[in-house]
Design a protein around this ligand. Structure first.
Ligand code: SAM
Length: 279
């Protein structure tokens, strides 16, 4: 019988956030596939867990994917952990999940911290509808296209960013979304220096002219506002004035009543009655 792949979420800063089930699974599997074995070893040592570790990351995922699938096919259970947070969210994992599905291997998750979701709930921005946008590309043209693509999205947008790129990214966002768009910067979540900065993109760019960004950041951006409906030329007119404007433009009174009813989205009969009572 095939083994199971467990996607285990680990803390994004505070080790106290590891779940009891995560520790139980890490203690029970045959192998732990880690994005960064050194970092995972620190976690395992902290909790007194001793298990075989292998690396699984962006640059070896092809060969290692095959190796892990073979073990799973031999009935071994494997846990996958990323550097921090939830595997497969801007982290290796997605490809391993696909491989397991192709090979009829059960994949299950051991849920836990995700930086983006924690940033969203602390942002003060709408949580009703949101889109996870991950990292912007380092390629200038791709970044621009990505930002242009989501510029009019009404959902709250969640981005990950490295500290040394934060200034450029905030400036690019200001240029794409406008200086007045609200954002929240969630910095060092769950750590001693956790900080949530809430301002506009214009203010954020100014703020980091003076200060060097340090630590880990999630950028949460307010969704685009619905464009205001354009004022209609007839809005300041009474129903009678509205109809007469059409009549003076050459319409018959029947046509003018029909058009006025359609403009105002009111039944023709009501427009007709109102017009004849008034005139
Ligand atoms: N898989 C992880 C998750 O579940 O959130 C994300 C991994 S991604 C490679 C790393 C990015 O997540 C960082 O560049 C930063 O944007 C964000 N991040 C991770 N930990 C964070 C923290 N403690 N505070 C703020 N952002 C964090």
């Amino acid at each position: 019988m095939n083994g199971t792949l467990y996607l285990c979420a680990t803390p994004i800063g505070n080790l106290g956030d590891v779940s009891a089930r995560c520790l139980e699974i890490l203690n029970s599997v045959d192998l732990i596939a880690a994005e960064d074995t050194r970092r995972t070893l620190q976690l395992l040592n902290h909790f007194g867990i001793s298990k075989p570790l292998t690396s699984y990351h962006e640059h070896n995922k092809r060969e290692k994917g095959g190796y892990i699938i073979n073990l799973l096919k031999q009935g071994k259970n494997v846990a996958q952990v990323s550097d921090a947070g939830t595997p497969a969210i801007s982290d290796p994992g997605e490809d391993l999940v696909k491989l397991c599905i192709e090979n009829d291997i059960t994949v299950t998750s051991v849920p836990g911290p995700v930086a983006g979701i924690n940033a969203l709930i602390l942002s003060g921005l709408s949580t009703a509808r949101y889109a996870f946008e991950g990292f912007l590309s380092v390629n200038k043209r791709h970044r621009k296209e990505h930002l242009a693509d989501v510029k009019n999205d009404a959902r709250t947008l969640i981005f990950y960013e490295a500290p040394h790129k934060l200034r450029t990214t905030l400036a690019d966002m200001r240029d794409a979304f406008g200086a007045d768009r609200k954002i929240a910067l969630a910095r060092e979540l769950t750590k001693v220096h956790e900080e949530i900065l809430r301002f506009t993109l214009g203010e954020a760019v100014k703020y980091y002219e003076e200060l060097t960004p340090r630590g880990e950041y999630v950028i949460v951006v307010e969704g685009a506002k619905e464009p205001k409906a354009e004022a209609q030329w007839w809005e300041s007119l009474s129903v009678a004035e509205h109809i007469e404007k059409y009549i003076s433009g050459g319409m018959s009174s029947k046509e003018a009543i029909k058009q006025t009813a359609s403009d105002r989205n009111i039944p023709k009969r009501e427009i007709y009655n109102e017009y004849h009572n008034l005139s």
